[in-house]
Design a protein around this ligand. Sequence first.
Ligand code: PEP
Ligand code: MG
Length: 864
Amino acid sequence: MKAAASTKLVYDFAEGSREMRELLGGKGANVAEMTRVLGADRVPAGFTITTEACVAYMQGDREFPDGLDEQVAEALARLEEQAGKTLGDAEDPLLVSVRSGARESMPGMLDTILNLGLNDESVEGLGGDRFAWDSYRRFVQMFGNVCRGIPGERYEDLISEVGRDLDADGLQALTERFKRVFQDETGEEFPNDPREQLKQAIRAVFDSWLGDRAVSYRRINHIPDEWGTAVNVQQMVFGNRGERSCSGVAFSRDEVTGEPKPSGDFLVNAQGEDVVSGVRTPRDLPEMKDVMPDAYDELREILSTLEQHYRDMQDTEFTVEEGRLYMLQTRSAKRPAQAAVRFAVDAVEEGLLDKPEAIATIDADRLDALLHPHFKRGAKFDVLAEGVPASPGAAKGAIVFTAADAVAAAAEGRDVVLVRPFTEADDVAGFHAAKGILTAEGGKASHAALVARGMGKPCVAGAGTLQVDLKAKTVTVEDTTLSEGDLIAIDGSAGVVTADDVELEEADVSEHFETVLGWADELRDLGVRANADTPHDAAKAREFGAEGIGLCRTEHMFMAEDRQPKMRAMIMAESEDDRRKALDALLPLQQQDFEGLFEEMSGLPVTIRLLDPPLHEFLPSAEDLAAELEHARNEGSPDVGELEHTLDRVHSLSETNPMLGTRGVRLGVLHPEVYEMQVRAIVRGALAVEAPPQVEIMIPLVAYEKELELMRELVERVIDEEGGEHLDLKIGTMIELPRACFVADRIADHADFFSFGTNDLTQTALGFSRDDVEGRFLTRYMERKVLDRSPFETIDAPGVGWLVRLAAWVGRESHPGLKLGICGEHGGDPESIHFFQLAGLDYVSCSPYRVPIARVAAAQAALG
Ligand code: PEP
Ligand code: MG
């Protein structure tokens, strides 16, 4: 498909605004907006080729859409007129940068070309001096690399040969050699015509949207392939024009901690690429005050203006050319959780935002990082190296040196730290797979650091004493050499590296985070409970602000070593008599468990689910038993008979995934004595504690209303027998089967509450076995775009979500005031929480560590 010839595919910066993000991409929209706010003399002029042009290019077999060539030529003519210079002019050339800019920023994932317009003539027009030849040399290198895929090493090897300290003649010679590399690699001459250069550069940016690293990044960040990228063509200004020039990246507040002071990196006499590529280690922004005080003051002022205008923390790129400051780009800063929380609190205090607006600036999913471990306070360890604290949190694991090795290790469930010489964003998948990232070069604004922070991965960058040998797969610091597989630990908040097995400690919630959580609680409608099975988990959950327990999986209480044999005896019992004996042994233990839980949660609701056991988890493995039996037979052991019997029983009880056999209420119907024992223990436990909670007894895996009716009778009878009528006890069910959703009105007749078990509901609605889906077809399904994420992480809103809405609706229709909660894994997923708010549920329940995330996400959901 081609864009209609009349479609406007190119916009001058002066025509755009921040509302046009979808069409102009984030960078294009922001640069246009910034031109309005700061004035045209602060922002170099240019134009944006729309994302629609990119989409038409992708759909049209990589052909430029109709009209694009002409519209680019017209925009270029306008730019030339405004600049008073002509692209590639031999006297005084206009030079441009060509940069990608997708709707969501994808740091380092797409391509950029600088100094376009230089050729053998215009290099003289630029001055023909060292600066001019250095600019030309960079352009030839970048053009070959980005437009024609010539490996960076081809150029870096030549630079290593001659060194970086070249004069104009040296640079001219190097440029000639670079052009020969281009010819060797492509069989073509380096394009001397600036308009041809521009055309190829635009094509390269479009193509970079389809490149592997951009595709990986989009998968991880759930960015649709169909968006495409815009292309920004902007007049060049030069940060490499001597000692009064510099390039840098500036954040309006500290990009790691969120403290209200500008931060970032800059390099004197350098171009922007030098700052982010990590080839030279940049200087801290505040040092600019000493080097270029006037430009620094102007920059501070501009950062504040931009922050006030956008009402958000900004991440900018700037260049000082011979003392004059230019702003090249601004965008809302991606920030780690720590900075997000700090900014929200400060912004409200400063009157920049109100509370709902401040809460909305936080990416709830990323708050996870604040709950991540750090090095145990006071822990003794030898510091192997120090670097830039580029992304907070601590990580420990075996060393790997390539992204591919990180991915492979993660697939095997091993914890690894990815160690690299310098910051490359080449394989995002490796970042995702590793527990942490360590680099020898680069700063906080390097691509690797940005990506790591975005993912909430701990990262130490620029640890300059590390010598990483990728061939030998070793890393050396002075006389210590570590090899692949050796342990390493990093603290991305402190910038510290050690080879010691230092203990990691859980995070505690900071004062700023507490403030944000307090606001979230004021703003949200949804309740937040925790899934907890032990007093320890319950205590943690309360600490994190859970308002009760939404799911206590009682089968987990029997996993402990002293319980397993008793539980096994109960399962293996062949007569009711034997089963009752085994249950009698379990009853006091179970009662103890409940008492512990009730004490922790005094006064709050506690939902206890009666047994829903994957029975085989409690049984010995059939293979082990068979081996033992064979051994016993060979030895002539007296245990043979017993073992044979056990093996028979194990065979008769065995079930295979997706384990939809004798689970949940089916067990209660088959062996009511099991549920009787549990209810007895619950009632006795509640009677035993001083301040009993509001106990909710929950029947799992119900499909038929009759199942619940039978169980309700049983539960009420036992409550009576135990003298618990006066207790605050409710009886309800999990809704985790499609049939239960369809007949929720009938089931609601017997229920005081519903709790959606979206794990099983997803499994049964989709027919995906929840235990097998990950390793098998899910990845391919995502690659083929059948799915964009696991339905076990984020609720499948149109499918499974529809069942939830249906059940909530008909359930409440037949039983007004029916309490509705959700306790599947989705209860801690921000996007799913938005959905549950819309579906009208009363609360979500999730693992204790997700509780703070759920509180913030629930507030955001309430704000819409
Ligand atoms: C569920 O199915 O969503 C649920 C919470 O129960 P479980 O994960 O224990 O099956
Ligand atoms: Mg379930």
